[in-house]
Design a protein around this ligand. Structure first.
Ligand code: ADP
Ligand code: MG
Length: 728
């Protein structure tokens, strides 16, 4: 075994579970390091407490003087918890999180020092942000960006640092982060949805979107991960022959969690509890060494922050346990990849889940209104929804018979399909009293509060209704949920605004009763959006054909899918709702396109390096052994040597063949990379990387993996799949 691989595997034998003690109840740990309402009540004046709450609940501005009071209270609280530094914590367009720490420390003229943290420092900070991706915004406009406090997501302490969730914007006002558009979309959605809820319930004054994500991930031993340059540099294996045993026995899914992993999970959960991340569920996933973590759902902005924070903490805690977390969508070929289901719903300030059927016909009409409008929104903007989770990593999953296809469709189950079929028959125009009674009693009134047939859940659907929420299943495991959530909020907001306008016009112009108007518009929407509904097998070839007939898009690669982000329709949507300007939209598109190109470029370089500098030399070394062996046999047996050396000679030939194919593949791939790199147009460059460079990956890998099967195990330089996947 090569030294690096040998050492790495040997290291794993020494691993013992890191002991974690759980002495306190989870509930007593929860939110201990969060500047939540309880902490605020204790550390803030009445006036400043009220001001923060108004900012959270009503979106009111916080006065600068009051900000000084808040910062003082926040500092006292943070110092009492051992914090020495503070940072504005934000989500730049890299999709990860960023922070720049400053100490609570200021020197005085008399040579002494104090702990200081003023309102100004709470509200605004200037990170040296020139190297965050900005899609040209900063070159064109303003060289600097600043971060500004988002009071709707509470400050927290991680380690010894007070982290203040913030937005990140250019001085000219353009958003440079993922949070700003999300917050704007939530605001528009609130207004649009509340106006519609008011048809049914006048007491509702606010509607929020809720998100419960389910995070899948792989956990592998740190030393093994380090022994693989591809995992280190790209987060996934670019080659490696399948292990004899993979996931075919289904013995991992929901199985007992290995002790080392369980201790990691407990440690992680404790950290989450302290930070107020309400994690609840943990289990083994389908693939070996694959796991899942899910929280109780929260308001969407907070849930997005919590997921970003979680991904960061997962890495840090893993380090303590000598693990490496792989958040990549497809770390290993031949076994399942990882996703992040986004469970989404709408909830009123009166505590009603608008996507949950109720106990009366009126509540159910309200439910159906939001349910049908959501379906219609997804139908209208299916391409934008598809674009929202497009990434180089996710391209490996979508359509690969383990994750939803690249075609967007909505699954609602047979019970609700029947209801929609009935509603579709509603008379055009005013409803007769008999018809209305019949509808209310026998159709709308008959929707059960618990929808049974959704328990079996069509796993192949990218957007499924699961009883009291929609589940967007196509999001990748490494993604920041902000963009998919921004898209969903925005399209549903737009749809609800249109709905309200239509219903109102039927009421005022056609003198219809409110219920009649609602039934009429819903009927039209059901008809209009029928093509997006699909209850069958989303993995099958038949669906691809059927979807094409229906005119649904099927964008299989990221460069193709991303184009919807800058379509006229998308720009019109975001501009109308004032969620993003054309400049902001185009900047984000550019960043995504370039990110794709860079990822494929890096993968290409790493693969070329491993294949040429690790695999081929190893293959040659083994081939030389064989050659010496053959020579030796010839010495002994003379003319008859072939009888004894036939197998070896065949191997020598096969190895030569694979080496030749690998070399040829790499040379051609490099040529294609060079051509792509010379292409100025970023869209064309991404397309070249996708269609001309990437196809060589498979070809090169195939021959490397074949060599893995031929070459002496002792010589093989790369840690093998069976070692990566079955050591824990
Ligand atoms: P499972 O899909 O594993 O059977 P659940 O249906 O209970 O589990 O929930 C899956 C995820 O959906 C969890 O993260 C949960 O918090 C989230 N969820 C449940 N209800 C809602 C809701 N109203 N809004 C958003 N997310 C929700
Ligand atoms: Mg799920």
């Amino acid at each position: 075994m090569s030294t690096l691989r040998f050492q790495a595997v040997k290291e794993t034998f020494k691993r013992k579970p890191v002991s974690v003690s759980e002495t306190e109840r989870r509930s007593s740990l929860f939110g201990k390091n969060v500047f939540n309402k309880q902490a605020m009540r204790q550390y803030l004046t009445k006036e400043s407490f009220k001001s923060v709450i108004d900012a959270i609940e009503k979106g009111l501005k916080i006065d600068r003087k009051i900000a000084d009071q808040i910062s003082t209270g926040m500092k006292e609280w943070a110092i009492s918890k051992g914090a020495t530094h503070y940072t504005h914590w934000f989500q730049p367009l890299t999709g990860t999180t960023a922070e720049k720490h400053d100490a609570f420390f200021e020197t005085l003229e008399d040579g002494t020092a104090i702990e200081k943290f003023g309102g100004g420092q709470l509200v605004q900070q200037e990170p040296d942000a020139s190297s965050f991706p900005n899609g040209g915004i900063r070159n064109t406009f303003e060289a600097r960006g600043y971060t500004a406090w988002d009071p709707t997501s509470p400050a927290f302490i991680y380690g010894t640092t007070l982290c203040i969730p913030t937005v990140f914007v250019a001085y000219t006002g353009e958003a440079l982060d993922n949070k700003t558009p999300l917050l704007r979309s939530l605001q528009v959605l609130d207004q649009a949805a509340t106006a519609v809820v008011n048809y049914f319930d006048k007491s509702v004054t606010k509607t929020i979107a809720t998100l419960g994500w389910e995070q899948e991930y792989f956990l592998i031993d740190k030393s093994l991960a380090k022994s693989r340059p591809d995992i280190t540099l790209t987060g996934r294996t670019l080659l490696g022959h399948a292990s004899a045993k993979g996931q075919q026995l289904d013995d991992h899914y929901f199985g007992s969690i290995p002790t080392r992993v369980l201790n990691y999970m407990r440690d992680l959960e404790t950290e989450c509890m302290l930070l107020g991340i309400p994690v609840k569920t943990r289990h083994n996933e389908v693939a070996p060494n694959q796991f899942e973590l899910a929280p109780i759902f929260e308001e969407a902005n907070l849930a997005v922050d919590h997921n970003s924070l979680l991904m960061d903490i997962m890495n840090k805690v893993a380090d303590r346990h000598h693990f490496k977390v792989l958040l990549h969508e497809k770390p290993f070929a031949g076994i399942n990849g990882s996703g992040k289901h986004n469970n989404w719903s709408l909830s009123t300030n009166t505590g009603v889940n608008l996507l949950s059927p109720g106990s009366t016909p009126m509540k159910n009409l309200q439910f159906l209104t939001f349910f049908i409008n959501t379906i219609k929104a997804v139908y209208e903007y299916e391409e934008l929804v598809r674009a929202s989770f497009a990434s180089a990593g996710n391209d490996h999953r979508l359509g690969a018979n383990e994750a939803p296809p690249a075609i967007i469709s909505v699954f609602i189950g047979s019970q609700l399909t029947n209801v929609l079929n009935e509603l579709e028959k509603v008379t055009n125009g005013k409803l007769s009293p008999e018809e209305k009674t019949d509808l209310k009693l026998n159709v709308v009134g008959k929707i059960p509060e618990i929808l049974l047939d959704n328990t079996d859940r069509n796993r192949t659907s990218p957007f499924a209704f699961t009883g009291n929420k929609f589940e967007l299943r196509a999001v990748g495991s490494s993604a920041n949920c902000a963009n998919p959530m921004t898209v969903l909020n925005s399209i549903v907001a737009k749809q609800l605004l249109d709905f309200k306008e239509k219903v109102d016009s039927l009421i005022t112009e056609k003198k219809m009763k409110k219920d009649d108007a609602i039934f009429n518009v819903l009927r039209e929407y059901i008809k209009d959006s029928k093509k997006i509904r699909f209850e069958g097998d989303g993995y099958g070839k038949a669906w691809e054909k059927e979807a094409e007939k229906r005119g649904l898009s099927n964008k299989k690669s990221t460069p193709e899918a991303l184009k919807a982000k800058i379509s006229k329709k998308t720009i019109a949507l975001y501009e109308e709702l004032e969620i993003m300007s054309k400049v902001e939209i185009e900047a984000r598109y550019e960043i995504k396109v370039e990110e794709y190109t860079m990822r494929i470029q890096i993968e290409g370089r790493v693969l070329g390096d491993i294949a040429r500098n690790h695999i081929i030399p190893t293959a040659i070394k083994y081939q030389n052994r064989l050659i010496n062996n053959v020579k030796g046999l010839k010495d002994i047996y003379g003319k008859n040597f072939k009888k004894y050396a036939g197998e070896q000679m065949e191997l020598i030939k096969q190895i030569s063949n694979h080496i030749e194919k690998i070399n040829k593949g790499i040379t051609e791939m490099i040529n294609e990379r060079k051509k792509a790199n010379k292409t100025e147009d970023i869209e064309k460059r991404a397309a070249l990387y996708c269609n001309k460079v990437k196809p060589f990956f498979e070809e090169i890998r195939y021959h490397c993996d074949k060599l893995e099967l031929l070459v002496d195990d002792e010589l093989w330089p790369l840690t093998k799949y069976r070692e990566l996947l079955f050591t824990r």
